[in-house]
Design a protein around this ligand. Structure first.
Ligand code: 5AD
Ligand code: SF4
Length: 434
């Protein structure tokens, strides 16, 4: 049997695309392996949102050249990076032995492209720069048995000035609500308990006929068997009252809400084209907390955006002090070719960016333990994921606010929703008892 490996970089949307790639590849008779040496097909599903993942990618492709010479391994590169002209040119110039280059809008043609390579030994370049259609019905090989991600919309219209996504993923296209709900019903019938709705900007989901994200939340929560509903990422500007009400009225919706801040300075937010101010963001968080008292937040923050002054950065720290984030994904601003921010003057020196990053991290770390304390003695509902990596007698799961919880228990609890009392806090996990 031919063997394959899909290497995924980047976000949950890419992971979900990789599950579809794996589904298509297995349908064509390949079996998954972790060992590059025995691969007949290697697919890179790339990301270009931050940093130079390029070096890593091209290093790996260089490594594969020998294996290809020995085995005739087919090499395919797809995802966000290949949508960029300079990457296409680099592959053409230095990595001509790559068999297939596909983009974000041609994922659905993967089987066709692979078949032509197998039969005709052709090199295929299949990247198009349009807003690809929403394609339904691709086979999918899910990486988890109890939790599943479901993409509800593709692309982004926001053009935050630092972000490459709108250029490589195109404009917003929502899936039909019937297709989304049918997919989730099928997942529930197959024993899935937790669903994460995915999109670059989930709360601008548009199902037509005034069917909005909040309507979708109600309908997903009605599906029997689904116990936990999460969604990423919403945009603060689209966090309308109907969405808050939907969360409040549906207990299945996770009480940790991702609310990307990016910067706490209204001045920088304007330059980022985020369409909200520091005050509006704080007000929104306050309103949500008032409506749903057990709600907590996670966020994304970028430090060192062009022209960010010490005072701007202090505003970011101020928001972090005011909102006790449960989790912060921190990023150092990284220049992306083709974006507005890349052309801005006054780019921040690397050293200052790193210093600010460290300062934010110190503040965040000091808050983690303080935040964790509030769980001690509480009884948490969790979906049991599996056994702990370090100890086979211990089980792990995540509670409603996505905290990792470790506890003793028998393996037949895996996949079940149970209650655990929290006894100890450790920085990155909580310990509990059934
Ligand atoms: N530099 C640093 N971080 C970025 N992000 C997006 N683009 C950039 C960039 N150019 C971050 C944002 C976004 C998350 C997915 O990645 O915080 O919310
Ligand atoms: Fe990028 Fe902004 Fe769109 Fe998110 S909302 S994908 S940060 S442009």
């Amino acid at each position: 049997m031919k063997k394959y490996l899909v290497i995924t970089m980047g976000c949950k949307l890419n992971e979900n695309d990789s599950e579809k790639l794996c589904g298509m590849i297995e349908e064509m008779g390949y079996k998954q392996t972790e060992n590059l040496e025995e691969c007949d097909l290697v697919v890179f599903n790339t990301c270009c949102v931050r940093e130079n993942a390029e070096e890593r990618l091209f290093g790996k492709i260089g490594e594969l050249k020998n294996i290809k010479e020995k085995r005739g391994t087919i090499i395919a590169i797809g995802g966000c990076m290949t949508q960029q002209k300079h990457i296409q040119e680099k592959i053409k110039k230095s990595y001509h032995y790559v068999d297939l280059v596909f983009g974000t809008h041609t994922l659905n043609k993967f089987r066709e492209d692979l078949k032509r390579i197998e039969e005709e030994n052709k090199k295929i370049r299949d990247v198009i720069d349009i807003n690809g259609e929403v394609i339904e019905g691709l086979p999918i090989k899910r990486s988890d048995k109890y939790k599943a991600s479901v993409t509800i919309m593709y692309g982004c219209n926001n053009f935050c000035t630092y972000c490459i996504v709108p250029y490589v993923r195109g404009r917003e296209r929502s899936r039909k609500k019937e297709d989304i709900l049918a997919e989730i019903k099928e997942l529930a019938e197959n024993g899935y308990k937790e669903i994460t709705l995915l999109g670059q900007n989930v709360n601008s989901y548009d199902g037509g006929d005034n069917y909005k994200f909040s309507n979708l939340l109600y309908d997903v929560c009605k599906i029997e068997g689904i116990e936990i509903v999460r969604f990423i990422s919403p945009h603060p500007k689209d966090f309308t009252d109907d969405v808050i009400k939907a969360i409040k009225e549906n207990k299945k919706i996770s009480r940790i809400i991702h609310l990307p801040l990016q910067s706490g300075s209204s001045n920088i937010l304007k330059k980022m084209n985020r369409k909200y101010t520091k005050e509006q963001y704080l007000k929104l968080a306050e309103k949500m907390k008032k409506e749903i008292p057990d709600i907590v937040f996670s966020t994304d923050i970028i430090v060192g955006f062009p022209e960010e002054t010490e005072e701007d950065f202090e505003h970011t720290l101020d928001v972090v002090r005011k909102i006790n984030y449960e989790q912060i994904y921190m990023f150092i601003y990284s220049r992306r070719v083709g974006t507005v921010a890349d052309k801005m003057e006054n780019q921040i020196p690397e050293e200052i960016k790193h210093q600010r990053f460290e300062r934010l991290k110190v503040l965040y770390d000091s808050k983690v333990s303080e935040n964790n304390q509030k769980y001690i003695g509480k009884i948490e509902k969790i979906l049991v994921d599996g056994t702990s990596k370090n100890n086979d007698n211990m089980l792990t799961g995540r509670n409603d606010t996505n905290k990792v919880i470790v506890f003793e228990g028998s393996k037949d609890l895996i996949g079940k929703i149970i209650k655990v009392k929290i006894t100890e806090e450790h920085k990155w996990y909580l310990k509990g008892e059934i």
